[in-house]
Design a protein around this ligand. Structure first.
Ligand SMILES: Nc1nc2c(c(=O)[nH]1)N[C@H]1C(S)=C(S)[C@@H](COP(=O)(O)O)O[C@H]1N2
Ligand SMILES: [Mo]
Length: 453
């Protein structure tokens, strides 16, 4: 497929897998794309590709519209009737956004129903992940659980063992909070310098939503939990994987939510409908989906999902266990791996920063592989244990560049270079890689995943 058919935004060609697929093009041509609209697309792209302008004056591209039929001629959507409201009772994205989808990594094999699909961070704005693009990680596939048949049992060090229906839970006092969720294995392939091509694959096991549910503390009080002795909580999922994780109540009691809502609607089935645990700042695996049981206990449970899996193998051969907090991290999402800058001049470099320990205090960006740093603009809101959007102006002079971002959280922790992490942790870890990410821009504008420092 030629570059002219590829999607682009703001003079950046999107990564190859974001090209309009032949199927989609076929679909567009059969469903109401007349020659005029086709012409519009082609001319629009040609105008964008053709605008050779000088350094720092790329905004001149906007003046390239002389004789542009897209502004001079009446378009079909100005002269015909649009679609009726009732044709789409539940809205879906524009057909022109059809390539902004979750994707499975080419580097990871799917084992039976155990799979992972990554969020397309390169195409998102702000901090909220749309529900249909939330990443998904299933150890044993997902289900459409009938909420009438779903139960949550609370037992262990409680006065009253209780079994709740969804109706019982949803009449309790609820809260709504915005938090990121990141799989502990996110960016895991970078330990071994497997330079997966795009930010979707390097960092896309990351999403951020507004979650709604009953605070764990309210639920435990309802059951008369003994929180003097009961320092730990076992959370068990209702799926075939028997997902079980220990939550440290001393740290987390006042933050955990037993949630049913996600961005204003019920959870999606693949994300745990009708009930999941939200454990702010803690790695994704503890956010148990299809939640069916909570047990209050006086010591960690050392379940299979924390004794065998989700350990950090150290160079000594020993493993670190219960390293649950997702440390401060950031990544530039545009421009990023697989994209191509189409001309010199001004770019808005944008990305995301987050910390499992609190708020983001500052993000620095380097355009020369870490020799010089400039402070980026943090966009509001800046929330604790949520994604924070940053932006910074950049005028690209057409020479090779290495783009990096480095986040600092409100504990003062600074996101480390990959070398510093490797010196301590070796290369055999899978989990908890929060290193600075480097994107190399070639003089032809192509962007790729590299490791420096
Ligand atoms: N019951 C259950 N809960 C689960 C899982 C699972 O397979 N089963 N996967 C976990 C893992 S490893 C992660 S990273 C997150 C992913 O949440 P998401 O699919 O909503 O993105 O869910 C966690 N909760
Ligand atoms: Mo995970």
């Amino acid at each position: 497929m030629s570059h002219k058919e590829s999607k682009q935004r703001g003079q950046i060609r999107q990564a190859p897998e974001n090209f309009l697929s032949p199927d989609l093009i076929n679909d567009l041509s059969t469903h109401g794309l007349d020659d005029k609209r086709r012409g519009f697309m082609r001319n629009g792209l040609l105008a964008a590709l053709g605008g050779a302008v000088g350094v720092g004056s790329s905004l001149n591209a906007f003046a390239n519209s002389e004789g542009d039929p897209a502004i001079l001629e009446k378009q079909v959507w100005q002269t015909t009737l649009g679609k009726n409201v009732a044709t789409m009772p539940y809205g879906v994205p524009s057909i022109y956004e059809a390539n902004l989808i979750r994707r499975e990594s080419p580097g990871l094999t799917r084992v039976s129903a155990a799979s992972v699909a990554f969020t397309p961070l390169q195409g998102l704005f702000g901090i909220i992940t749309p529900n249909g693009l939330h990443f998904e990680r299933q150890h044993q596939g997902w289900y459409n659980i009938d909420p009438d048949k779903h139960r949550l049992m609370v037992n262990g060090l409680v006065k009253h063992n209780r079994v709740f229906t969804m109706n019982d839970l949803m009449r309790l006092p609820s809260v709504s909070r915005i938090h990121f969720i990141e799989c502990g294995a996110n960016t895991g392939l970078e330990w071994g310098n497997v330079a997966v091509p795009t930010v979707q694959y390097t960092h896309g096991m990351l999403s951020c939503c507004e979650f709604t549910g009953v605070p764990l503390a309210v639920l435990l009080e309802e059951c008369g939990a003994d929180l003097k002795k009961g320092k730990y909580l076992l959370a068990e999922g209702g799926d075939g994987s028997g997902m079980t994780r220990t939550i440290n109540l001393e740290d987390m009691l006042n933050e955990v939510i037993v949630a049913w809502g996600m961005n204003g609607e019920m959870l999606r089935p693949e994300n745990g409908f009708p009930l999941r645990l939200v454990v702010p700042g803690v790695q994704g695996v503890s956010w148990v989906k299809w939640l069916r049981r909570l047990e209050v206990g006086d010591m960690p449970y050392a379940t299979k999902d924390e004794a065998v899996h989700y350990n950090d193998l150290m160079p000594s051969g020993l493993s670190r266990q219960y390293t649950s907090i997702q440390e401060c991290k950031s990544v530039i999402t545009t421009p990023s791996g697989g994209q191509q800058l189409l001309e010199k001049g001004f770019y808005n470099v944008t990305g995301l920063a987050w910390s499992g320990r609190g708020k983001i205090r500052r993000v620095d960006v380097s355009f020369d592989g870490g020799n010089n740093w400039k402070t980026a603009r943090l966009e509001t809101p800046v929330l604790s244990k949520a994604l924070t959007r940053f932006n910074i102006d950049w005028v690209w002079d057409g020479s090779p560049a290495i783009l990096q971002s480095r986040a600092i959280d409100d504990t003062g922790y600074v996101q480390p270079p990959i070398k510093m992490l490797r010196d301590v942790r070796g290369t055999r870890s899978i989990y908890h890689n929060n290193a600075i990410q480097s994107w190399k821009v070639e003089s032809n504008g192509e962007v790729s995943n590299v490791q420096v420092g």
